[in-house]
Design a protein around this ligand. Structure first.
Ligand code: CP3
Length: 348
């Protein structure tokens, strides 16, 4: 089975010859080749060059042997044409110099036209798709509504989401207006990525798990459902990812996606029970396990595969992104472990 076919079949819960595997943040600072490119180019420079984005996207494909590539981009650049003043400050992560704190600033957000504002990412998708030659699948992505709102309102990364939740609880109509604007951007962006050649799209609502389940249902799920209802019309598999969602995976699964991301804070089988067996799941190794000795890594990789139990519809991944200091050899080893794993009773 080709890697691309294996990944896409698993998204659709069709049988596969081996469990497909890829990693969130598989292109990044843990790779010497990426660090070398970053010495000469800022992250926004890479993203605004189709050639550089394509090159960075392909680094882990050859280095790791993963079943899917994810286009090198970021969830935040689409907010720039909408009116946000984004900077990736060295050592600080993303900074928005004009955080949204009132209704007027949210009303003033402009529309987003992917073909005009992020043509480099769409072109990068076409280049990578051609180079992958249908051997490895290509995933597109966008940010989820809560996570995007949190960066736009806090002005950067946050521990408690104080301003975000204050707006959400204090002015629901304004919050809903922001959710609507972000969902519209995400729908247009993901559709454009699919038309450019993405064979699957993932929505990163990484911080949605900071919400109480009832608040997720009330404030975030409606926009999330709308995103997938509209994107599903394009006919490619979709993934919804979040962290700290163990207490609300049943709600996350209310959005009509092919695959639901599960992090390491719940055993994979219990997570899958909550998601429902009519859906595929993706996960769920703790990224910190990649710093353990090889035999410990193998024990934990095998434990996850045992919990998946050979059921169709498991995509192996971490529960969150690869960290900058991660040893490359350990990431490579995980791909081999997943691909070599033999399920009990399998025919081989
Ligand atoms: O997964 C991949 O390989 C594709 C590329 C990708 C990036 N960002 C490149 C990037 C993806 C999928 C993202 C998504 C993203 N970006 C998320 C959601 C996923 C998650 O991690 O929860 C979020 C919250 C962002 C916003 C963002 N971008 C932050 C918080 C940071 C700084 C954090 C850090 O690691 O320094 C970025 C910068 C960024 N985007 C990097 C990469 C590889 C950091 C590397 C660098 O500075 O060169």
């Amino acid at each position: 089975m080709q890697k691309a076919e294996r990944f896409l079949a698993a998204c659709r819960r069709e049988p596969v010859d081996r469990t497909p595997v890829w990693f969130m943040r598989q292109a990044g600072r843990y790779q010497p080749e990426y660090r070398a490119i970053r010495e000469n180019h800022s992250i926004l420079e890479i993203i605004s060059s189709a050639e550089l984005s394509a090159e960075v996207t392909l680094l882990p494909v050859t280095q790791l042997g993963v079943d899917a590539a994810i286009i090198f981009a970021d969830i935040l650049p689409p907010l720039v044409p909408m009116g946000m003043d984004l900077e990736f400050a060295a050592g600080e992560g993303p900074v928005m110099h004009n955080p949204l704190r009132d209704r007027a600033s949210i009303e003033a957000l402009r529309g987003f036209d992917p073909a005009k504002h992020l043509k480099s990412t769409l072109d990068a998708i076409s280049i990578v798709r051609r180079q992958l030659n249908d051997e490895v699948a290509l995933i597109g992505f966008a940010g989820g509504p809560f996570t995007l709102a949190s960066y736009a309102i806090e002005g950067g990364s946050s521990r408690n989401y104080q301003h975000t939740k204050a707006l959400m609880y204090g002015d629901e109509p304004t919050w809903n207006l922001l959710m609507e604007k972000l969902a519209t951007m995400t729908i247009d962006y993901l559709k454009a990525q699919i038309q450019a050649g993405a064979q699957c799209v993932q929505v990163f609502d990484s911080w949605a798990g900071s919400l109480a389940p009832d608040d997720y249902r009330r404030y975030v799920l409606p926009a999330t459902k709308r995103i997938f209802d509209e994107v599903n019309a394009e006919g490619v598999p979709t993934i919804l990812f979040g962290t700290n969602t163990a207490g609300m995976l049943d709600l996350v699964a209310e959005a009509d996606t092919s695959v639901v991301g599960v992090d390491w804070r719940i055993p994979l089988d219990r997570g899958w029970d909550l998601v429902g067996h009519d859906r595929a799941v993706q996960g769920n190794l703790d990224p910190l396990v990649l710093f353990a000795p090889r035999n410990e890594i193998e024990t934990r990789v095998n434990a996850i595969l045992e919990l998946a139990d050979g059921r169709p519809g498991h995509i192996f991944n971490l529960g969150h992104g690869i960290l900058p200091q991660t040893p490359v050899e350990n990431v490579q080893a995980v791909v081999e472990m997943v691909h070599n794993y033999q399920f009990e009773g399998s025919l081989e």
